[in-house]
Design a protein around this ligand. Sequence first.
Ligand SMILES: Cc1cc2nc3c(=O)[nH]c(=O)nc-3n(C[C@H](O)[C@H](O)[C@H](O)COP(=O)(O)OP(=O)(O)OC[C@H]3O[C@@H](n4cnc5c(N)ncnc54)[C@H](O)[C@@H]3O)c2cc1C
Length: 455
Amino acid sequence: MESEQRVLTGWGRTAPTVATVVRATADELSSDEGLSTIVGDRGAIARGLGRSYGDPAQNGGGAVIELMPGSEPIRLDAAAGIAHVDAGVSLDVLLREIVPQGWFVPVTPGTRFVTVGGAVASDIHGKGHHADGSFGAHVVRMGMLFADGTRRSITAGTDPDLWWATIGGMGLTGVITDVSFRVIPVETRHFVVETRRVPHFDELVEAMETSDRNYRYSVAWIDLVATGKHLGRSVLSMGNHATVDDLREMKPGLAERPLDFDPRSFPDVPPGFPNVLPRPAVRAFNELWYRKTPKQHHGIESITQFFHPLDMVGQWTRLYGSHGFLQYQFVVPFDAVDTMRTIVARIADEGHASFLAVLKRFGAESGGLLSFPKPGWTLTLDLPAGVGGLDSLLTELDTLVLGVGGRHYLAKDSFATPEVVRAGYPRLEEWKAIRYGIDPHGVWASDQARRLQLI
Ligand SMILES: Cc1cc2nc3c(=O)[nH]c(=O)nc-3n(C[C@H](O)[C@H](O)[C@H](O)COP(=O)(O)OP(=O)(O)OC[C@H]3O[C@@H](n4cnc5c(N)ncnc54)[C@H](O)[C@@H]3O)c2cc1C
């Protein structure tokens, strides 16, 4: 095991704290010289690639565990359609391995740079949630390291309480060491994508309700600066996996090596962006982006173009200046669509410059006690941190969200309060009781867990 003192933040670069970061394999952690030698008064928490936006993978004054892959980190059982993957493996590494063999992950977020452990602990969702649900819905077995240093496998059948407390449990039930989950067979690494401009929020809602029946993946990029008759204008993007025949018909050049997957990154955004982006600049960017999109377009896109466009720009968070930024994501039930429209209008009227935000329809819940997705509309927006008036706007939005039975995403959170989480997650007390049962001495702890009184 290697360890060092390090300043850690989440992806939003707010709230830095210093922890002892330990890099170790699951075998090392469960040895006699393992977990017990790491954990002090402030406990320990697992960390993946730090792509959660706030502080769930930080533990100021305590230990943070970065799990190193073992000797055979990825095993694909093609006959069963199951991947067995060490939890520290990223979706980037995994996709490079399984796509050329004709398989795809059941869920990918907007970046490939998350670990499998982070995907389960946050029960992540992607563009396919309305059809496929969240990551946890595809997991069939997990290896775990517990607070007493022991390790064993669990399934939904053998340990139902622990299972549903761990999926979406933000690392607070133990370290997930390896995960077995269903993967999707694919003929190509491409998608048949339809993109269309939608001029107003109400039309967008209608268009998504209809198109989600025909497309496995969908999301709308929404302009949160536009007001009045342009309120909620969007670019709706919908797609299905492309077959080799689709490629032959639409882009024959790609049909020859349909499963090649070797994505590259582009240069970093340079440092030195201002802390407050002037609203006219954001308005101009959003206008340009909306106008450059054809009214309607049918084409072929790669995994990166369709799912991970931000991965093409290194260090893009620098666009938000040195104060960092926060992401705000919530879900409201389908019958609260009027509240969603009110929220979109409030953000646009308030004038906090947010680049493109994302609207999506969620499907069924996975069953995780602290899992975020539930049937309804979810909106995700980035906001530069440290801007006057932001706190009061978000507090007002919290009230609207909770008033209709909505909730906030813990993996994106850096602003919520214990009351907001209690109101949004009605099974929190049940989750706490299960957690206490397996970790009575409070070994697992994070900055977020303390801030939100999860432990
Ligand atoms: C550009 C971008 C786009 C994103 N898009 C989406 C999206 O579309 N949908 C979505 O759901 N999320 C999205 N996210 C959020 C991201 O998917 C989650 O925050 C994810 O959990 C990050 O994984 P990570 O490996 O970086 O975990 P970290 O951020 O390091 O940790 C997140 C949580 O997982 C826990 N954890 C990590 N590894 C383990 C382990 N081995 N055992 C137990 N617990 C563990 C940590 O303790 C922490 O609580 C996005 C993030 C970014 C930066």
